[in-house]
Design a protein around this ligand. Structure first.
Ligand code: 9UX
Length: 68
């Protein structure tokens, strides 16, 4: 997968950031996760096995939603 960027809706504090970071870190194949609370940007680095739908699902299970 290399590096992909998403926008997460609904994060308002660093606790939200930690929840999203933890959830996405658990997705198979993901090696690096960065969340910017100021603009909701989620950056994910991983190998070719990463399923983008799994990232969407992990964010959803943490209680947030990807934009678009
Ligand atoms: Mo902060 Mo986020 O108090 O679900 S953890 S608003």
């Amino acid at each position: 997968m290399g590096e992909s960027t998403y926008i997460v809706k609904g994060m308002t504090c660093s606790g939200c950031m930690n929840k999203v970071t933890g959830a996405v870190t658990g997705v198979a194949g993901v090696t690096e996760v960065d969340v910017d609370i100021s603009d909701g940007r989620l950056t994910v680095v991983g190998d070719s096995s990463v399923d983008p739908e799994a990232i969407r699902r992990a964010v959803g299970e943490a209680g947030y939603e990807l934009a678009s």
